[in-house]
Design a protein around this ligand. Structure first.
Ligand SMILES: Cc1cc2nc3c(=O)[nH]c(=O)nc-3n(C[C@H](O)[C@H](O)[C@H](O)COP(=O)(O)OP(=O)(O)OC[C@H]3O[C@@H](n4cnc5c(N)ncnc54)[C@H](O)[C@@H]3O)c2cc1C
Length: 456
C-alpha cells in the first residue's frame, strides 16, 4: 500500500530529505525535537485515505499539517505518520450559492485572491499564509471577527477521512456531531478533513484604515479610549490596539488601528469619523481613513510576522469586568525586543451574542495575545520566560484562551464551556476510540482521547 503514496520514511530517507519533510513547512523556526516515523505529502484525497490505511496497518498514529502555522508545530509528533497537505490544492466556487470548496492547505490569501475576481471575500486569517485547516478548526479570528462572526460560522460542510479510514460528509444533517466538533475542536479533531465547504461574503469595494500612534506611557489612556468606542462603533470595522516598535521611534509605541470594509469612500470615512473626533491628546502621529486593500493588509501582516524566526505566542480572553488597561499594562510596555508585539483585539459585539451550537464556546469582549519573536536559539529561555512570566500575572483576570495562539505544553487553561468540553471529548472517543489521530499536544504529549483538562 505505502508504495502507492508519496511517503518519506525516517529510517530510509536521507537526513536532508527527512528534515525537509518533517519541518520544511513549519512556520516557527523554533523546531520541535519530535520525529514522525514517516511523512506523506498528499496530493489528493486518495493519498489521505491511503495514508490513514497505512497507519492502521502498521499501528502508527496520524498527525496532520495544513498550513504549518501552529506556533507549537502540532503536526510534528513522535511515532506518527504525518499527513502533510501542502501539495493538495483545490478551490472551486459554486457561483449560484457563493459556497466555495477548498482543500485545507489553502491559505486565506490564496482563497481571497481567487474570490476577488468574483467580487467575493472569505474572512480567513490575517496573516496571508495561515492554512484554513488549522485556522477553521479553532474557530478562526478572521477579518472583522468582532461583528462578521467567527470564520467557522461560515463552514457549511466538511469532507473527512475518519480514523477508521472511511470517507464521509459532515454537516447539520449527516454526521452532525463531527460537524459540531469541527467548529472549535482545534488540534483535537478526531478525523482528517479533506475539504471545507464555505459560505463567502460580498467583497466591500472600499477598505480604509485610521492609525493613532501614542508613546507607550499613554498606553492606559489609549486603550481606555478605544475600548470606550467599541460598543457604538461601526459594525464593519476591525479595532485593535498593538504594542510594537516602529523604526521612527527609539522606544516601543502603542498603535490604535481601525480598518473598515465599506462600499464607498463616504461610508468608510463616516464609519471612522467617531475615532477621529474623539482621539485623546498626546499622540505622536495620526492618520485618518487612508485607503488600503486586503493585499496591502496581508503584506503588513507578513512584515509583522517575519519568516525564518523563532516564535512564542500566548493569549487570554480577559474578563469583561476586569480593569483591562491595568491588567495588560506590563505586557504592552515592557516588550523584550523590537520584533515582539502585544495585541488587544476588540471582540464585541460578537462576544455579546449567543454562539451557535458548536464546540467553540468561550469568548470575551477583550482578546489579548503576545507574539514574542527572536532569531537566535541561545535566547530561547530569555524570551520564553518573559512571555510566561507576563502571562502568569494576566491569567487571574482571564476567562480562558483561544486555541489558535496557545501552547498547551507551557500553559493550560479553559478552552470550551463546561458542557461543550465534555461533549467534545465524548465525540473524540466515539470517532477515534483507538486514539489513531494525534490530539492535543500537552506537556509530555500524553493527552489521549480525554484531551485537555479544560480548567481555569
Ligand atoms: C503568523 C501567524 C498569524 C496568525 N494569524 C491568525 C489570525 O489572524 N487569526 C487566527 O484565528 N489565527 C491566527 N493564527 C493562528 C493560526 O490560525 C493557527 O496557528 C492555526 O493552527 C494554523 O493553521 P495551519 O493549518 O496553518 O497550521 P497546522 O500547523 O498545519 O495545523 C495545526 C493543527 O490543526 C489540525 N489540523 C490542521 N489541518 C487539519 C485537517 N485537515 N484535518 C484535521 N486536523 C487538521 C492538526 O492538529 C494540526 O496539527 C496565526 C498564526 C501565525 C503563525
Amino acid at each position: 500500500m505505502d508504495s502507492l503514496i508519496p511517503i518519506t520514511w525516517k529510517d530510509t530517507a536521507s537526513e536532508e530529505e527527512y528534515e525537509r519533510a518533517r519541518v520544511g513547512r513549519v512556520f516557527n523556526h523554533r523546531r520541535p525535537e519530535r520525529y514522525p516515523d514517516a511523512v506523506v505529502e498528499a496530493e489528493n484525497e486518495e493519498h489521505i485515505l491511503q495514508a490513514v490505511q497505512v497507519a492502521r496497518e502498521r499501528d502508527l498514529r496520524v498527525s496532520v499539517r495544513s498550513g504549518g502555522h501552529s506556533w507549537a508545530a502540532w503536526s510534528v509528533r513522535n511515532g506518527a505518520i504525518l499527513i502533510d497537505l501542502g501539495k493538495y490544492k483545490h478551490i472551486e466556487l459554486d457561483e449560484k450559492t457563493g459556497v466555495v470548496s477548498v482543500s485545507p492547505s489553502t491559505t486565506g490569501n490564496m482563497l481571497n485572491t481567487f474570490l476577488r475576481q468574483k467580487g467575493l471575500l472569505f474572512p480567513g486569517g490575517h496573516c496571508p499564509d495561515v492554512g484554513l485547516g488549522g485556522f477553521l478548526l479553532q474557530g478562526g479570528m478572521g477579518w472583522v471577527c468582532r461583528s462578521w462572526g467567527w470564520a467557522c460560522q461560515y463552514v457549511k460542510a466538511i469532507d473527512v477521512v475518519t480514523a477508521a479510514a472511511h470517507q464521509i460528509r459532515c454537516d447539520e444533517n449527516e454526521n452532525s456531531d463531527l460537524f459540531w466538533a469541527a467548529r472549535g475542536a482545534g488540534p483535537g479533531f478526531p478525523a482528517v478533513i479533506t475539504r471545507f465547504h464555505l459560505q463567502t461574503r460580498p467583497l466591500p469595494s472600499h477598505i480604509r484604515g485610521s492609525n493613532y500612534i501614542f508613546p507607550k506611557t499613554h498606553f492606559k489612556s489609549a486603550l481606555n479610549w478605544v475600548k470606550s468606542l467599541v460598543p457604538n462603533f461601526d459594525a464593519d470595522t476591525e479595532i485593535v490596539c498593538v504594542g510594537l516598535s516602529m523604526p521612527e521611534y527609539e522606544e516601543s509605541v502603542i498603535m490604535v488601528g481601525l480598518t473598515t470594509f465599506k462600499n464607498s469612500r463616504g461610508e468608510a470615512v463616516a464609519a471612522l469619523q467617531p475615532a477621529e473626533d474623539s482621539c485623546p491628546q498626546g499622540y505622536f502621529e495620526r492618520h485618518f481613513a487612508r485607503p488600503t486593500s486586503l493585499q496591502q493588509e496581508y503584506i503588513a501582516q507578513a512584515i509583522a510576522n517575519p519568516e525564518g524566526h523563532r516564535y512564542c505566542s500566548d493569549n487570554a480572553y480577559i474578563d469583561n469586568s476586569a480593569d483591562v488597561a491595568t491588567v495588560l499594562e506590563e505586557a504592552f510596555t515592557t516588550l523584550p525586543n523590537r520584533k515582539s508585539f502585544a495585541l488587544w483585539y476588540a471582540m464585541a459585539p460578537v462576544s455579546q451574542r449567543p454562539l451557535p451550537d458548536m464546540a467553540l464556546s468561550i469568548q470575551s469582549d477583550h482578546y489579548f495575545a503576545l507574539y514574542t519573536i527572536w532569531e537566535d536559539a541561545k535566547d530561547d529561555d530569555l524570551f520564553q520566560s518573559w512571555t510566561y512570566n507576563v502571562m502568569m500575572k494576566i491569567e487571574p483576570s482571564s476567562v480562558g484562551q483561544y486555541l489558535g495562539d496557545s501552547d498547551f505544553q507551557v500553559r493550560s487553561t479553559k478552552y470550551w464551556g463546561e458542557e461543550q468540553g465534555h461533549r467534545l471529548m465524548r465525540i473524540r472517543r466515539k470517532w477515534d476510540p483507538d486514539e489513531r489521530i494525534y490530539g492535543y499536544l500537552a506537556a509530555g504529549d500524553e493527552s489521549g482521547a480525554d484531551g485537555l483538562r479544560n480548567k481555569l
